[in-house]
Design a protein around this ligand. Structure first.
Ligand code: UDP
Length: 334
C-alpha cells in the first residue's frame, strides 16, 4: 500500500524505530517522502528503522535537538514516541506524564516556534476508559482509567488547544488493538515486557513461556472472554499515510478511531493462532485483569469516510500468522 499523492517532503517520525512508527516510516518512504527518524531506542530497535530513512538517536526531552530538527524544513511531524505499558503507567505515573505528555508539549512548542503545522499523533482507545458503549464512537465520554490513557488524552487536549490558537492542524488516531507484523518479515513487535495478548501468545508458541493465561472467562460476551478490535499494523501504518495526505490536502483537525469495527474474543484469537500454527497453545484460566473492559470495539466509519482509508488486512488469521512468523524470526526459529 502506498499513498498516491506523489508529494515528496521531509517528515519527522518520532519513535520510528518502534513497532508502529517503523512500519509507518517504511510506508512514508514508499510514498516518496524523505523520512527523518528520532528515537532514543529505549524500546525501539535500530534495525527496525527502514534503511532509507535518516536516523537520529536522541531524546524528545532534548529541546535543543528538537529545535535544530524542526528548523530544518520539516513538512509534518508523526509522533509515535512514548511509553505504552498500562500497568507500568499505574506503577510509575510520573514517568508516563513525562514521556507522553511533557515530551509532546515540548514537541508541539517546537512545531509552533518553527512553523511546522501538520501533526499526526498516536492516541489510544484507552482514552475511553471503562466504557460500555459497543462500538464506541469518537464522541463518547473520555474517562481514562490509567495514567497511560490520561497521558495520551492530555496530549489530545494540548493538540486541540494549540490548533485553535495557531496554524497547526492535526490528526489524532485512537488506536484499538494493534497486532501483526510486516508481510515481508522486515519488522514486527519487539517490545520487552509486553503485556499484549497476541505477543504473549506467540511467545508461548515459540517456547518462551510455559502457558498463556486467559484473564477472565465470565465476561458478558459470546464465549465469556474479553473482546477487542484487533487491527493489522500495516493497515494502521497506512492510516497515518492517509492522514498526512488529508492534512496536506487542507483537511481540518480530527480525532479518529482506528480499528476495523469488528471484535474478536480471547478464545477466538487463540483459536486462530492454533489453526495457523497447527499447534495447541497451553492455556490456564485466570481471574479478570484489573482495568479490563469486557468489550472494546471501534465505531470505525469516520476514518474511512474522511481519510479514504481502506484496510487490506482485516483478517484475524493473517494478523496472528504475521505476528507468529515475526516472533519465530526474532528468536531464531524462522
Ligand atoms: N488477555 C489475556 N491474557 C493475556 C493478555 C491479555 O486474556 O495474557 C486479554 C485481556 O484481558 C483482553 C485482551 O486479551 O481481554 C486484550 O488484551 P491486551 O493486553 O492485548 O490489550 P488491551 O485491550 O488491554 O489494550
Amino acid at each position: 500500500m502506498s499513498s498516491d499523492s506523489g508529494i515528496s517532503a521531509k517528515v519527522l517520525v518520532t519513535g520510528g524505530a518502534g513497532y508502529i512508527g517503523s512500519h509507518t516510516a517504511q510506508q512514508l518512504l514508499d510514498a516518496g517522502n524523505e523520512v527523518l527518524i528520532l528515537d532514543n531506542l529505549s524500546n525501539g530497535d535500530r534495525a527496525m528503522a527502514p534503511g532509507g530513512a535518516r536516523f537520529i538517536e536522541g531524546d524528545l526531552a532534548d529541546r535543543t535537538l528538537l529545535a535544530e530538527i524542526l528548523a530544518d524544513g520539516i513538512d509534518a511531524v508523526l509522533h509515535f514516541a512514548g511509553s505504552i505499558v498500562v500497568p507500568e503507567s499505574v506503577a510509575d505515573p510520573l514517568a508516563y506524564y513525562r514521556n507522553n505528555t511533557i515530551n509532546t508539549h515540548g514537541l508541539l512548542q517546537a512545531c509552533v516556534e518553527n512553523g511546522v503545522d501538520r501533526f499526526i499523533f498516536s492516541s489510544t482507545a484507552a482514552v475511553y476508559g471503562d466504557t460500555t458503549l459497543v462500538p464506541v464512537p469518537e464522541n463518547a465520554p473520555t474517562l481514562p482509567i490509567s495514567p497511560y490513557g490520561s497521558s495520551k488524552l492530555m496530549s489530545e487536549w494540548m493538540l486541540r488547544d494549540t490548533a485553535a490558537a495557531h496554524s497547526l492542524r492535526y490528526v489524532a488516531l485512537r488506536y484499538f488493538n494493534v497486532a501483526g507484523a510486516d508481510l515481508q518479515g522486515r519488522r514486527g513487535q519487539a517490545s520487552r515486557n509486553a503485556t499484549h495478548l497476541i505477543k504473549l501468545a506467540v511467545e508461548t508458541l515459540t517456547g518462551q513461556r510455559d502457558r498463556l493465561a486467559i484473564f477472565g472467562g465470565d465476561y458478558p460476551t459470546s464465549d465469556g472472554t474479553g473482546v477487542r478490535d484487533y487491527i493489522h499494523v500495516v493497515d494502521l501504518a497506512n492510516a497515518h499515510v492517509r492522514a498526512l495526505d488529508y492534512l496536506r490536502g487542507g483537511g481540518d483537525s480530527q480525532v479518529l478511531n482506528c480499528g476495523y469495527g469488528r471484535g474478536s474474543s480471547v478464545k477466538q484469537v487463540i483459536g486462530a493462532l492454533e489453526r495457523v500454527s497447527n499447534r495447541k497453545i497451553p492455556i490456564e484460566m485466570a481471574p479478570r485483569r484489573a482495568g479490563d473492559v469486557a468489550e472494546l470495539v471501534a465505531e470505525a466509519s469516520r476514518i474511512r469516510g474522511l481519510l479514504g482509508w481502506q484496510p487490506e488486512h482485516d483478517d484475524l488469521e493473517l494478523i496472528v500468522k504475521t505476528a507468529l512468523d515475526w516472533e519465530r524470526k526474532r528468536v531464531g526459529l524462522g
